[in-house]
Ligand binder design. Structure first.
Ligand code: ADP
Ligand code: AMP
Length: 214
């Protein structure tokens, strides 16, 4: 099953992608996590991506497309994958379509986690991310067992720099301009599944899996 997650920053794509990855035993590929790992390890890619990310802008298509196209050719993606945070522009979606088409494959579901802008700022200011494994929590909606410590790996949690309200506003603007048009793109392909992302995390998951399990 080949899935992509669509939705505004903070809509809950990563939260659902992790749960889907476990249920269907397919890899969760988050381009944001890949960039953050590169920044942490001070790689050339990380150095190039950081200034864009800090400003709430998208990293240029040429820095992300080959990376993803190569990643989905790996053996662990034979059964399928969940792309989270990619594609984010029409050229990225077209490059993905082209790469899959060459292998007689296609995206089965583009899951659009729908959350209005008003809710996003609150979501983002309460989001806490693990510096170790990338797990994501929320102070109110998805708290850890021990405050400030990751349930999965025991590392410290942080508020991401780009989750501060000013950057979130910029990211929302970029989302509406560059990423939202992908909803139409996948609707035309008959792959779109829109779910109400304002519901409880478990209810959103049920809404998705009842369609995927049909
Ligand atoms: P995205 O990957 O789309 O940027 P995340 O999955 O990281 O978003 O979720 C953003 C924040 O909102 C996190 O703190 C997460 O715990 C919280 N969250 C995710 N889904 C829900 C939900 N359905 N209701 C309330 N909070 C949620
Ligand atoms: P995310 O963790 O998905 O919210 O991504 C964090 C940041 O990484 C984004 O605001 C972008 O700057 C960058 N990024 C992640 N994925 C992409 C992508 N597919 N295209 C361009 N930039 C990306």
């Amino acid at each position: 099953m080949k899935i992509i997650m669509l939705g505004a920053p903070g809509a809950g794509k990563g939260t659902q992608a992790k749960m889907l990855s476990e249920k269907y035993d397919i890899p969760h590929i988050s381009t944001g996590d890949i960039f953050r790992a590169n920044i942490k390890n001070n790689t050339e890619l990380g150095k190039k991506a950081k200034s864009y990310m800090d400003a709430g802008q998208l990293v240029p298509d040429e820095l992300v497309v080959d990376l993803v196209v190569d990643r989905i050719k790996a053996k662990d993606c034979f059964k399928g994958f969940i792309l989270d945070g990619f594609p984010r522009t029409i050229p990225q979606a077209e490059a993905l379509d082209y790469a899959l088409n060459n292998q007689n494959e296609k995206i089965d579901y583009a899951i659009n986690v729908d959350v209005p802008d008003e809710d996003i700022i609150e979501r983002m200011s309460g989001r806490r991310a693990c510096v170790g494994c990338g797990a994501t929590y929320h102070l109110v909606y998805n708290p850890t067992k021990k405050e400030g410590i990751c349930d999965v790996c025991g590392e410290k949690l942080i508020l991401r720099d780009d989750d501060k309200p000013e950057t979130v506003k910029k990211r929302l603007q970029v989302y509406h301009e560059q990423t939202q048009p992908l909803i139409d793109h996948y609707e035309k392909k008959g792959a779109l599944l829109t779910v109400d992302g304002t519901q409880d995390i478990k209810v959103v998951f049920e809404d998705i899996t009842k369609v995927l399990d049909k």
